[in-house]
Design a protein around this ligand. Structure first.
Ligand code: NDP
Ligand code: HSE
Length: 435
């Protein structure tokens, strides 16, 4: 049987997962591909650490160049993460004619335009299924399954760590920090977990999906981003009372000639399937003109789910090599000459219903002062909750609004927060409807 040789750079959580899954499923894969997929070399900085998997130690190296310069290696797996030297390794691999598989969404979001251009120029392949949605084959779905449709919007939960933390806080009353620690222990979190918590990782992923769905250059610098670190158990409880769940959503919508692209914690109606996706599970809803709404759900992080996506890419490339049909699909799903730089809609113009939590003195006239300012900015209130009564001290007052323009909400809150009855900066969340 023929062999396809692969080289792995980065023998960490995902890298070790790929080795384990290939050992587990090698026979099945060989029967599907018609060749054996074999590791020729594995590079990592620390060769002494136990990776929880047995490998022939003679293939280990600390020098990634041994992979990039090895003429036998057909496919280089970049699973080390980070920007540098991952970018340089990938570009050198491409230059040397290697096909690339990467899970590195941070790198693709920042340097993807350059990397894809290099791939297209050299005529090699790049697989990046594991960069979004862990084990969910969402990239393949957009590039193939939905290729005949016009995608109108994508929205969903694309960060396992943040969803894990919100679920633990919501369902088990766990503390934010303890839940994060557990996500790190389980191998879900990025090397810098602020990427997960503050929305960067979701922004990287939605920027990649927007590129594929809308044929745009990667708009990472324009993605509006808010994370989950300011969410309190009080907000989670109020959301429940109002019939919602709080989820960190990544959203990309076509709006005429521009794109609305953003990441923020969102109140999702409890009846929406996305609201019931918990733990490290991801859910991505793709809305197409012909297909309607399709929801892809599955494990969004972790060694084995991610290894499944990596191996799917390896197999696609191996099959292409074996049958002489490499690059069956454009790397970015659109032909290079049709990729545009689509303008991004300014956040100030976005409209949504809102949840507002004020910390106000419990005095007569408070509600009328707040609602007066909201009204003067064209914001209409749809519900109010004020439960506790602590005379003279602060109480939470929660309001939800009908759809309002972001700029008006911002201006109204600036004005309200200056009132002497307001004790703390007002906290707001957007609500997402089913459309
Ligand atoms: P890890 O930190 O567990 O693994 C990365 C490995 O790469 C480490 O063992 C590290 O070594 C090694 N490494 C760093 N620099 C070099 C270098 N110059 N040469 C060789 N090896 C190097 O990260 P993950 O496995 O979690 O993530 C890898 C990639 O996959 C990232 O891009 C991440 O965003 C992405 N990803 C991760 C998922 C997950 O669930 N963990 C899911 C989907 C994508 P050392 O630690 O010794 O420095
Ligand atoms: N840190 C990422 C997450 C890994 O938690 O979703 C998967 O991309």
């Amino acid at each position: 049987m023929k062999s396809i040789y692969i080289g792995l750079i980065g023998f960490g959580t995902v890298g070790a997962g790929v080795v384990k899954t290939l050992q587990m499923n090698g026979d099945i894969i060989a029967k599907r591909v018609g060749a054996e997929i074999r590791f020729k070399r594995i590079a990592d900085l620390d060769l002494g650490r136990d990776r929880g998997v047995q490998v022939d130690r003679s293939i280990l190296t600390t020098n990634a160049e041994e992979i990039l310069n090895d003429p036998d290696i057909n496919i280089v797996l970049e699973l080390m993460g980070g920007y540098h030297p991952a970018r340089e390794f990938i570009l050198k691999g491409i230059e040397n004619g290697k096909n690339i598989v990467t899970a590195n969404k941070a790198l693709l979001a920042k340097h993807g335009d350059e990397i894809f251009a290099a791939v297209e120029k050299k005529g090699v392949c790049i697989g990046f299924e594991a960069s979004v949605g862990g084990g969910i084959p969402v990239i393949r779905a957009i590039k193939e399954g939905f290729a005949g449709d016009e995608i109108l919007s994508i929205r969903g939960i694309v960060n396992g760590t943040a969803n894990f933390i919100l679920s633990k806080m919501s369902d088990e009353g766990r503390d934010f920090k303890a839940a994060l620690k557990e996500a790190q222990r389980l191998g879900y979190a990025e090397a810098d977990p602020t990427f997960d918590i503050e929305g960067h990782d979701s922004a990287h992923k939605i920027a990649i999906l927007a590129m594929l769905a809308f044929g745009t250059e990667i708009p990472i610098d324009k993605v509006y981003m808010e994370g989950i670190s300011r969410i309190t158990s009080e907000d989670i409880a109020f959301a429940r009372q109002l019939g919602y769940r709080i989820k960190l959503l990544a959203i990309a919508k076509g709006c005429g000639d521009s794109l609305d692209i953003r990441v923020h914690p969102t109140m999702v109606q409890a009846s929406n399937p996305i609201a019931n996706v918990n733990g490290a599970t991801n859910a991505i809803e793709i809305h197409g003109r012909a297909v309607g709404a399709a929801l892809l759900v599955g494990e969004g992080a972790g060694a084995l789910p991610t290894s499944s996506a990596v191996l799917g890419d390896v197999i696609e490339i191996a099959r292409g090599i074996l049958c002489g049909a490499k690059n069956r699909l454009p790397a970015r799903s659109w032909l290079r000459e049709n990729i545009q730089k689509i303008p991004i809609r300014p956040m100030d113009e976005v409209e949504s219903e809102c949840y507002l939590r004020f910390k106000a003195l419990d005095k007569p006239g408070v509600l009328s002062k707040i609602s007066g300012i909201l009204g003067s900015h064209n914001i209409s209130i749809s519900s109010v909750i004020q439960k506790e009564r602590h005379k003279g001290s602060g109480v939470p007052v929660v309001m939800t609004t009908h759809s309002a323009v972001e700029k008006n909400i911002r201006k109204a809150l600036e004005e309200i927060d200056k009132l002497d009855i307001i004790q703390k900066e007002t906290f707001s969340l957007r609500l997402e409807d089913g459309k």
